[in-house]
Each structure stands twice: as C-alpha cells, then as structure tokens.
Design a protein around this ligand. Structure first.
Ligand SMILES: Nc1nc2c(ncn2[C@@H]2O[C@H](COP(=O)(O)OP(=O)(O)O)[C@@H](O)[C@H]2O)c(=O)[nH]1
Ligand SMILES: Nc1ncnc2c1ncn2[C@@H]1O[C@H](COP(=O)(O)OP(=O)(O)O)[C@@H](O)[C@H]1O
Length: 193
C-alpha cells in the first residue's frame, strides 16, 4: 500500500525568455510543497554550465527516436521548427507523482495541450514576460542563442500567446519574487484538495 499523500502534476509554459527557469528555481527553494522538476529529454546541445541528467537528458536524434517509437514519452514535440526535439519521459513522472511529489513539467504549449487532454488533471500556468519588447530584451541579454535562434523563439512566442486562455493561471513575470509568490499561493490552494 502507498501511504504517501497524492502527488500532483503541474505544467508551466510560456515563451522562451519569459523567465520560466529563473522563476522555477526560486519556487523550488521557497515554496513549502514537495515540488520536483521533471527532467526532459532533448536533442539540442547543452548550453555552457548545463548538466546532463539535471537540466535535461541530452540525447542523440537516434536515441530520442528510439524512445519515441517505444512509447516512452508522455508527450514530445519538435519545438521552434529548428529540428530539435523535446520530450517528457513517462516513468520518472509517474514515479514522482506516486511518491507524493508535485512534479513540474516546464514544456511548450503543444506538449502542454496533449497533457491537458490526458486524465492526469494538471494544474496549468502560463508565464508571461509582459510584452514582446521585454521578451526580446531578455533573450538578447541572456546571450545563449544566435540571432536566428532568437528570431525562431520570438516567432513561436507570438503563436504561444494565442493559447494563453487554455491555461488556468496566466502569470506576469514582471518581478521574479512577485511571480514566485503568486505561483506558490496558487499551488498552496490545492494542498488539501
Ligand atoms: N513539449 C515539450 N517542450 C519542452 C520540453 N522541455 C522543454 N520544452 C520547451 O522547449 C522550449 C525550449 O527550451 P530550451 O531549449 O531549454 O530553451 P529556453 O526555453 O529558451 O530556455 C521551452 O518552451 C520549453 O518549455 C518537453 O519535455 N516537452
Ligand atoms: N522578472 C524578470 N525581470 C527581468 N529579467 C528576468 C526576469 N525573469 C527572468 N529574467 C531574465 O530573463 C532571461 C530569460 O530567463 P529564463 O529563466 O532563462 O527564461 P526561460 O526559461 O523562460 O527561457 C534570463 O537572463 C533571466 O535572468
């Protein structure tokens, strides 16, 4: 018998550069819930400082395709139309939720819509940077992508904003601390449900 309280699935989406990683790392440190990040698999190259198995599982295209064909992904998508795949592995998510964790999927809108249609009943949040100018500034200041990659991210952002109404909670990340507090308050409302 499993005596742990039930875990939850949480989805956070939002355009690249909105501040998802920044906000989530503070949320994990400051919100008194058993939160756990889902580690996605991707075929994109690691950025300097990113650690395999911690930030992502960095896979070859061949290995990713094998796992996809074997049905190992809860969802997977080619994001930004640049040939790079991203996917959520089923097993670690199920293991986390069964152990009472509140597992956070930081995934794109297309993948999120797939999970919303499943019977997993996720809590869904969309992080918004405030405006396109601010988004571009954050992407340029982050200095991790080429101009072409930034352009692809901005084009995808325009499309992603059109799906904001599919999420339960739109969050404006104007100040990191404020956004973290807002998200934590929302999640705490579900603690006794
Ligand atoms: N569908 C899906 N999208 C993912 C997954 N992991 C990451 N993403 C999305 O892929 C996009 C790019 O992520 P990344 O390459 O880390 O760049 P960043 O968002 O600019 O930091 C973001 O929109 C993520 O939310 C996943 O497992 N599935
Ligand atoms: N509220 C904020 N105000 C200003 N800059 C921010 C804010 N949140 C995040 N940033 C910065 O914006 C850039 C993109 O943030 P990041 O967390 O990498 O976004 P994402 O994970 O959504 O792609 C980073 O350089 C980060 O330091």
């Amino acid at each position: 018998m499993n005596s742990s309280p039930a875990g939850r699935l949480i989805i956070i989406s939002g355009p690249s550069g909105a501040g998802k990683s920044t906000v989530l790392s503070q949320l994990l440190q400051n919100c008194p819930l058993p939160l756990q990040m889902s580690v996605s698999a991707t075929t994109r190259a690691p950025r300097p400082g990113e650690i395999d198995g911690q930030d992502y599982f960095f896979l070859s295209h061949e290995r990713f395709a094998e796992l996809r064909e074997a049905g190992e992904f809860l969802e997977c998508k080619e994001v930004f139309g640049l040939g790079y795949w991203y996917g959520t592995l089923r097993d670690p998510v199920a293991t986390g939720v069964n152990a009472g964790k509140w597992v956070i999927l930081e995934i794109d809108v297309e993948g999120a819509l797939d999970v919303m249609e499943s019977d997993l009943n996720p809590i869904t949040l969309f992080l918004h940077p405030g405006g396109m100018d601010e988004l571009e500034r954050r992407l340029r200041d982050r200095n991790t992508e080429t101009d072409a990659q930034i352009a692809a991210r901005l084009a995808t952002a325009e499309t992603e904003f059109q799906s904001i109404s599919r999420y339960q909670y739109p969050i404006i990340n104007d100040h990191v601390d404020r956004a973290v507090d807002e998200i934590c308050s929302i999640l705490l409302q579900y603690r006794d449900c």
